[in-house]
Design a protein around this ligand. Structure first.
Ligand SMILES: [Ca+2]
Ligand SMILES: [Ca+2]
Ligand SMILES: [Ca+2]
Ligand SMILES: [Ca+2]
Length: 185
């Protein structure tokens, strides 16, 4: 069973990626996020730049959300997601596969966030991502300061993977990674 803390965090994660707020996560949510982020970067539909962003987000859906669609109806319900999350957390510490899959997922998201492609996430980039998800810039600021544990004003890939691991698997109420999407409460 998921602890209350982990249940809250995973529910938050689910709600964040239900971008169109219809109660389930589907490909349409990831597409909407890609459209939002393209608009924020001034990238027009139909350009190859737009297509590249869309491909990355659809891959996140296919690789990391679709496997949680237990009943195969093309959408992930909260209970499906929590069932899969629970299994992953139980096995995470002893499974190189799960750890690799987590690192691959975070790297894919990191690449989406890193608008200028310099291998680091700035606060401005984090704000843009949060805006695309509908979370707002203030929440991004609150999150960023906690996630940037070494205080160098950027998130490295290693830092982001570590914080995400805390978010997804840690039962420590003070883990900085709990703030991945702002307050999980
Ligand atoms: Ca949705
Ligand atoms: Ca389903
Ligand atoms: Ca960057
Ligand atoms: Ca840092």
């Amino acid at each position: 069973m998921l602890s209350e803390l982990l249940r809250k965090k995973h529910t938050k994660n689910f709600q964040v990626y239900d971008v169109n707020k219809n109660g389930c996560v589907e490909q349409a949510d990831l597409e909407l996020c890609a459209q939002n982020i393209s608009a924020l970067r001034g990238i027009k539909t139909g350009t190859s730049e737009f297509d590249n962003i869309m491909i990355k987000y659809v891959a996140i859906w296919n690789d990391f959300w679709l496997p949680a669609d237990i009943n195969g109806d093309g959408k992930v319900e909260l209970e499906e997601y929590l069932t899969v999350a629970n299994k992953s957390i139980e096995n995470f510490a002893n499974s190189a596969n799960l750890q690799e899959s987590h690192a691959a997922k975070v790297t894919a998201i990191f690449t989406c966030l890193d608008a200028d492609g310099n291998g680091q996430i700035s606060l401005a980039e984090y704000k843009q991502y949060f805006t695309a998800l509908g979370l707002g810039e203030k929440v991004a600021e609150e999150a960023f300061v906690r996630l940037d544990e070494d205080g160098d004003d950027v998130l490295s890939l290693e830092e982001y993977i570590e914080r995400s691991k805390e978010f997804h698997t840690s039962d420590d109420p003070n883990a900085p990674g709990n703030w991945l999407y702002g307050s999980y409460q």
